[in-house]
Design a protein around this ligand. Structure first.
Ligand SMILES: *Cc1c(COP(=O)(O)O)cnc(C)c1O
Length: 711
């Protein structure tokens, strides 16, 4: 420490004794450290909720008298001193995993991603891809891995979701107030904002760089919304995933080419360049261009850079694999090919992809061809990717196509409920976080008394239900909310009922409505007087995804039906905050993708580590995790045709719910009304899922196998 390139602002007016709260609010370490969160919410919990857990906004709005009181409160100060001791120790820690395993390394890893999901107050993510990238940065910080993130800062962030009375998703774009975000401008040696230029056909674009402090790991975000740039260019970093393909290709040029230029402007010389999905693949060409400018041929240049590139593909679904029509390539990249010493045809050949409707320039093809490290995100997805891209390695059998897999994981302490963390501290030891990926430690699950686990589980479910109620109350008081929407958003939920969660992006392959496909059968199951069941849905569809929005409407219309007794609900505006409440609060986490499209999925891992049981199609990560005792499978471990699969999975879903899940939850109670057999399964799930599906395991695997293999 500290390798940060920004200066902390002094726009807070804090009592001297507690003035480091300002510094803490600018380091996202607080987001995975419950005691650090307590330093804010203990001063004024109402304000903390009002500002949606934004400590910068909090410190700027808090009443001075409350701060003064805290600065005189000895118990507060005791916590304060402990938190800052932990914070300083964390930042200064020398015996990290990386230091122990690669003591002589001078490596640096640049990690490029179109989205990063770090916290709900920085809404520059749309779903799993971004959250994974955010978790990757946090884990890199924990491990001491010398990694920096590179991405874009969206001035409006990703949209907030309102659902109309008729179930139609309305997208609300809110301009972000940068002064309230944990972002700081990167400065040059004279203390001025560092800017650099990226070339586009209509001229060069001035770009500025923001820094986000993620523990020890910096994330750099590019922003073109500057007065000196023309309006079209200022829009470039306005929103995540424009549907307009002109803006889309320009964004990818900004990320890939601009990202390399940003690293250079900051004096960095990364030895590993990781593309989190194909959006960043132009980076391969920018680095080749640098070498061609130094006198190398293109062939030499690309071979040299390729050895340092890692590419992770995240989905077999076409919407996630960007490709551009060739006219667009002509329009935006024709100044690049002469700089690489290539003709137009040679340039297009780099990423040529034949579709039934014509030829395209494919970002995953570009990334696959010019990376030495290539991976999918689960075992099955690795296999699917080898099949899918076999066309690039004609001479090889599918098994020999050089794409491996690193199964995804989640950043345990980001997603873990505070009360479960306390159990781990008490029964595993204060240093349990050093052994997150060690299955040996997790054998200590046995030592946690079941009644303590049950008490925490009940507490978390109540917390989720009350949260949903309060949220509804807020919307209701704002007006324009039909009573049916209040019921649809969960006011009739019962905190003592078996509760199933389904929350994720509404992409059609995720089949959100599978559980509703035989609605009468479902109603009969969930309304049994002594054994009721509740289902909570949540998720956004991309604003341009009409089928996704229709799927939300289909679900919402069923949610509104009186016959379900308010037991099937839809929670609006899914984000990381809602995700935390749900994965911590529900009993069962359900996932119903059309196999093998899920690639990995990660929300089920978050649910498992908090003591929910997974009930999912054997796709992505769950196919690797499921052992017959730690949750339930929906459908067979086989690839079926679409229609056959939908029917088979629906049948399996209802039968398992009726014959296994409901009886286990309600039927096997002891004298204190505790479901002992259920809790055995919960322990089995926590014990087996948490270590294997942690980013601790994932990022060390990236480091050892793809970033820095020992030669
Ligand atoms: C974890 C998470 C996801 C990913 O969910 P999956 O469908 O399981 O991949 C999406 N959105 C948010 C807000 C998340 O926290």
């Amino acid at each position: 420490m500290t390798n940060f390139r920004s200066k902390l602002p002094n726009h807070f007016d804090l009592p001297r004794r507690i003035n480091r709260l300002g510094e803490l609010s600018y380091n996202l370490w607080w987001t995975w450290t419950p005691t650090a969160q307590r330093l804010f919410n203990r001063i004024d919990n109402n304000l903390w909720e009002q500002v949606h857990h934004n400590p910068i906004k909090f410190l700027r709005q808090i009443e001075r008298s409350l701060l003064n009181a805290a600065a005189q409160d000895s118990t507060y100060l005791e916590t304060y001193d402990q938190v800052f001791k932990d914070f300083d120790d964390y930042l200064a820690r020398k015996d990290t995993w990386f230091a122990r395993n690669r003591p002589k390394s001078k490596d640096q890893i640049a990690y490029f991603s179109m989205e990063f999901g770090l916290h709900e107050t920085l809404p520059i993510y749309s779903g799993g891809l971004g959250v994974l990238a955010g978790d990757h940065l946090k884990e890199s910080s924990d491990l001491g891995l010398p990694l920096v993130g590179l991405g874009l800062l969206y001035t409006e962030g990703y949209f907030s979701q309102h659902i109309s009375e008729d179930g139609w998703q309305e997208a609300i774009n809110n301009p972000l107030d940068f002064s309230n975000l944990p972002i700081l401008p990167v400065l040059d040696e004279n203390g001025n904002e560092l800017t650099f230029q990226v070339d586009f056909p209509d001229g060069s674009v001035t770009t500025r760089i923001w820094e986000v402090r993620v523990g020890r790991t910096p994330l750099y975000l590019l922003d073109t919304n500057l007065d000196v740039n023309p309006p079209m260019v200022r829009q470039l970093t306005m929103r995540l995933y424009w549907s307009d393909i002109n803006l889309r290709v320009m964004q990818e040029i900004l990320l890939g080419i601009g990202g390399v230029k940003a690293a250079r402007a900051m004096g960095m010389h990364p030895t590993v360049w990781h593309m989190n999905e194909g959006h960043a693949a132009f980076m391969t060409l920018e680095r080749a261009r640098e070498l061609v400018q130094e006198g190398k041929t293109f062939a030499e240049a690309i071979a040299e850079t390729k050895a340092h590139n890692v590419f992770t593909t995240h989905t077999p679904v076409p919407a996630g694999n960007d490709e551009f029509p060739l006219w667009l390539v002509d329009k935006y990249l024709s100044n690049l090919w002469p700089q690489l010493g290539l003709s137009r045809d040679e340039f297009v050949d780099l990423a040529r992809h034949q579709q039934s409707w014509g030829e395209t320039f494919s970002m995953p093809v570009l990334a696959l061809k010019f990376s030495e490290g290539r991976n999918g995100v689960s075992e099955l997805h690795g296999l699917v990717s080898r099949r899918m891209w076999q066309e690039l390695w004609h001479a090889k059998d599918t098994d020999d196509v050089p794409i491996t897999h690193v199964t995804n994981g989640v950043h345990t302490t980001t997603w873990l409920a505070r009360r479960i963390r306390v159990l781990y501290e008490n029964y595993f030891g204060a240093d349990w976080m050093d052994y997150i990926d060690d299955p040996e430690m997790w054998k200590k699950m046995e030592t946690i008394p079941v009644h303590e686990l049950w008490a925490v589980r009940n507490h978390l479910k109540r917390k989720m239900v009350f949260y949903m109620r309060e949220r509804t109350r807020e919307r209701w008081m704002k007006g324009g909310y039909h009573p049916i929407q209040a019921i649809a958003s969960g006011v009739l939920l019962d905190p003592y009922v078996l509760t199933i969660g389904f929350a994720r992006r509404f992409a059609t392959y995720k089949r959100a409505s599978l559980a509703l496909s035989e609605f009468d059968r479902l109603l009969e199951l969930i309304n049994r007087p002594n054994r009721p069941v509740q289902i909570i849905f949540a998720g956004k569809a991309h604003p341009a995804d009409e089928p996704g929005k229709h799927l939300i409407q289909e679900v919402y219309r069923k949610v509104k039906k009186a016959e379900n007794g308010g037991r099937i609900v839809f929670l609006e505006d899914y984000d990381m905050n809602v995700a935390r409440y749900l994965v911590q609060g529900v009993d069962v986490w359900m996932n119903t993708p059309r196999r093998p499209n899920e690639a990995s999925g990660t929300s089920g891992m978050k649910a498992a580590l908090n003591g929910a049981l997974n009930f999912s199609v054997l796709d992505g990560w769950w196919r690797e995790a499921y052992n017959g005792l730690n949750g339930w499978a929906i459908g067979p471990d086989a690839d079926l045709d679409e229609g056959v699969q939908d029917d088979a999975d629906a049948e399996s879903l209802y039968a398992t719910l009726e014959n296994e899940i409901i009886p286990l939850y309600y039927g096997e109670r002891d004298a204190t009304d505790m479901p002992v057999k259920w809790l055995e399964r919960v322990k089995e799930s926590m014990r087996t899922v948490t270590p294997q599906f942690s980013t601790r395991r994932m990022v060390t695997e990236y480091a050892e196998r793809l970033y820095l293999p020992k030669k």
